[in-house]
Design a protein around this ligand. Structure first.
Ligand code: MG
Length: 271
């Protein structure tokens, strides 16, 4: 099902593709809701130890409750999320997790899976020269490998995420010591080389699957927001309709979205 604010949709369809870029979450947005996240996919490797899995579950159970606690102040939550993600990285290092394990998920479609039509969607955006900026609190290496493996790591795609660095094939650190967690997924943290690709474009199509994803675009550009709502639909629908211009439920595919949002479709009058 797709619920649309038609005024916003008409506006979006009337702008030029040269004046648009896409800001998108990855897990549950480019991939299906029931696909494992890039983090969770690390535990699905048959080579990881029980002790490692138990430690990951222990950390998740401790921190996840703060992630969904709306009574915490942003500052407090921000510092807890930072601590959580640091601990995640430390755990990968302490358990000598290898590059091979990190890459395993991206080569196994039964773990991570694209939404229907997503591959075609990425191809079309590349042919239209619409930049796509992926902002993800997931694992950048896995996202990148997953795109490469599926032949869609196009030059218009920029991944802003947690990139693990290796020493002798073992996780050692995060690139630039720059951790992206659910509360700092903000466009202002984009590196300069990515910012320069979009500075002349004044419209953003934001894609996300949680209300906090709308914070990815906090500048003064014109933002069109499309949200995927696949979990606890009834409880969250009102909030999604309040924050998103287009709400897609029940694992809506990109083929369906491109039919509705003409600017994303293959044939455009205005090009
Ligand atoms: Mg997500």
């Amino acid at each position: 099902m797709i619920i649309v604010n038609s005024e916003k949709l008409n506006q979006l369809n009337s702008i030029s593709t040269n004046d648009l870029y896409i800001l998108t979450d990855f897990d549950g947005t480019i991939t299906k809701d029931n696909s494992d996240s890039s983090w969770a996919s690390i535990f699905k490797n048959p080579k990881v130890s029980k002790e490692f899995i138990n430690e990951c579950i222990k950390i998740f159970n401790h921190y996840h409750k703060f992630e969904i606690d709306e009574s915490l102040s942003i500052a407090k939550k921000n510092s807890i999320m930072n601590e959580w993600y640091r601990k995640n990285i430390e755990t990968l290092i302490n358990f000598n997790i290898t590059e091979e394990i990190i890459n395993y998920a991206s080569n196994n479609a039964s773990i991570m899976d694209f939404r229907t039509g997503a591959v075609k969607f990425l191809e079309t955006m590349n042919s239209k020269n619409i930049p796509i900026i992926v902002i993800s609190a997931g694992v950048g290496n896995i996202i990148e490998q997953f795109l490469i493996k599926n032949n869609c790591n196009y030059p218009n795609i920029y991944i802003c995420s947690n990139f693990l660095e290796y020493e002798n094939g073992i996780v050692k650190s995060v690139r630039d010591n720059n951790l992206i967690h659910p509360l700092n997924k903000n466009e202002v943290f984009l590196p300069e080389n990515i910012k320069s690709k979009i500075e002349n474009r004044s419209n953003i199509l934001l894609l996300g699957n949680s209300v906090s994803d709308i914070k990815m675009a906090e500048g003064n550009k014109n933002v069109f927001k499309l949200g995927f709502l696949d979990e606890n639909i009834e409880e969250r629908l009102t909030s999604f309709k309040e924050h998103y211009d287009i709400v897609c439920t029940n694992n809506t595919g990109y083929d369906e979205i491109c039919n509705k949002v003409k600017i994303l479709g293959q044939k455009m009058k205005k090009e």
